[in-house]
Design a protein around this ligand. Structure first.
Ligand SMILES: Nc1ncnc2c1ncn2[C@@H]1O[C@H](COP(=O)(O)OP(=O)(O)OP(=O)(O)O)[C@@H](O)[C@H]1O
Length: 480
């Protein structure tokens, strides 16, 4: 097979009523645009989903291959980290020309061995607007078929069914696993995969000193929940087509997971945030109002904001460097690439006490459509650290300032005088009062107040090319 860099194809085809000169060289397709601006159209082969002969009606009942025509199915970056699907159909009177293009491009695509072939896709029909199946049917099904991904759909019937399935069933026939759902669904997915690996390798998941094993399945995340923070932070958008395309591309990145323990057991792993006080109470309270859809967070958020409860607690952090650098985590992030190798040998424990409105251990920025920068804007996907965001108990007015900052496009909360952000590899929290709060763990309520959390560097491998950032979105406030 000719090398990616050396292949040169140059032909003139017919597309509709016009002639198109197209060249394939150094892994890039180039042709002239048919509409203004009349510049050249450039598509790298890694953005091509598939190349297929077209089918046409035969004399019999079946369709047959049209030897004179083929279609290139590809994707292009649009605005705000979105990717869109496109295609171009090319016709030639000489079938050898067509066959040569189809074969050469298909050969190049076959080199992308990390692209999924057999995908197990979980659909949560309960979360978000309860339309996860429609999202798959509308945005996923045809694109996966076009890209030759064989999808097995499993619709969850109850809470924790996805997790239980992954722990106990054989997955040998799948190379990757994905879900359509919100953060709670993604959480079921990676908790199931990690616990499965522990079971297979006889590792005691409840022992905090154990190295948790990396799941051998790559994970795809298609947003279909209410906030979809994890999908947003990974892809830079909650657009389902973009998420599907990221799975098809087959490019991956490493995502840290944080394991949370009480005195004896592993409670769960999380990917976005573990938050005590305000956000824990909002998660607990808002679940009763699930019928409101995503607005339940605004309603509960506002109520808890006015109530302005404070929580006394003791926090211990394990860190070698407390300061958080003002560096965004973007596509091909240098910090995540370097930090994967770091062991953190010089870490020390440090303890402090206080009365807090909210204590959050963010594993990712937690940006979402409600909070474009997130509570921890400079938190990295795979640097082996959490950003602990401590919000002191203060006035209702200051709480409103905090939430307004969170809802703004270009504002961060870190410089508010009652907010402190600390980088840590592990942290413990102990409630110092009888009336304890709850934790919000990836949107799910965790009732144990006294916990210990440990970051597991890049434990999960996710299908994504990462985000570019600089998105502009309209937001509402009160919850995030
Ligand atoms: N068939 C089901 N019936 C009831 N609950 C389910 C079912 N399948 C999954 N679940 C649970 O539904 C809950 C909500 O799902 P999910 O978190 O995906 O949606 P969401 O809360 O609307 O979105 P987000 O977390 O992004 O705000 C999760 O706790 C999940 O474990």
């Amino acid at each position: 097979m000719p090398d990616h860099q050396e292949t040169v194809l140059l032909s003139t085809f017919v597309n509709g009523k016009r002639r198109v000169k197209i060249i394939f060289h150094k892994g890039v397709l180039i042709w002239d645009n048919n509409k203004p601006p009349l510049e050249q159209h450039t598509v790298p082969i890694e953005n091509v989903l598939s190349v297929k002969h077209d089918m046409s009606k035969s004399s019999g009942p079946h369709l047959e291959i049209n030897p004179h025509q083929f279609t290139i199915h590809y994707s292009e970056k649009s605005k705000n980290d979105k990717w869109v699907y496109k295609n171009i159909t090319l016709k030639h009177s000489d079938p050898l020309q067509v066959a040569s293009w189809v074969k050469t491009l298909q050969n190049h695509l076959s080199k992308f061995v990390k692209r999924p072939k057999h995908l197990l896709l979980f659909v949560n029909p309960f979360g978000g607007k309860q339309n996860a199946m429609d999202i798959y049917e509308k945005y996923g099904k045809d694109l996966f078929a076009l890209a030759g991904v064989d999808v097995t759909v499993n619709v969850s019937q109850r809470k924790d069914q996805i997790k239980d399935f992954l722990i106990n069933h054989t997955l040998d026939m799948f190379d990757s696993v994905a879900c359509v759902g919100g953060d709670g669904t993604v959480s079921e997915l990676f908790n199931g995969l990690v616990l499965r690996e522990c079971r297979l390798r006889k590792i005691d998941a409840n022992n905090i000193n154990e190295n948790l094993p990396k799941p051998n399945k790559i994970v795809g995340i298609i947003p279909g929940g209410s906030t979809d923070t994890i999908a947003y932070c990974i892809h830079g958008t909650t657009d389902p087509t973009t998420a599907v395309l990221h799975i098809i591309f087959g490019d991956t990145l490493g995502l840290d997971l944080v394991s949370v323990y009480d005195e004896r057991n592993l409670l769960r792993l999380y990917a976005s945030v573990l938050s005590y006080g305000y956000l824990g109470d909002v998660a607990f309270h808002s679940d009763q109002y699930r019928w409101m859809g995503p607005h339940r967070y605004d309603y509960s958020g506002f109520k808890k904001l006015i109530l302005n409860k404070g929580y006394n607690g003791e926090i211990a952090i394990y860190t070698d460097k407390k300061e958080v650098l003002d560096v965004d985590c973007k596509r091909s992030c240098q910090i995540c690439t370097e930090k994967e190798m770091e062991k953190g040998d010089n870490c020390k424990w440090e303890t402090f006490q206080g009365k807090y409105f909210m204590v959050s251990g963010a594993n990712i920025s937690c940006a979402c459509s409600r909070s474009p920068k997130g509570i921890a804007p400079y938190c990295h996907l795979g640097d082996g650290k959490v950003n602990l965001v401590l919000v002191k108990h203060t006035t209702v007015l200051n709480n409103i300032r905090l939430l307004l900052r969170l809802s703004r496009q270009n504002a961060v909360v870190e410089d508010l005088p009652f907010v402190q952000t600390i980088s840590a590899r592990e942290f413990c929290f102990r409630a110092l009062e009888d009336s304890v709060g709850k934790w919000n763990c990836d949107g799910e309520v965790q009732h144990q107040a006294n916990i210990r959390a440990k970051v597991r560097c890049q434990l999960l491998t996710i299908f994504s090319r990462g985000r570019e950032g600089n998105n502009s979105i309209k937001t509402t406030c009160c919850s995030f």
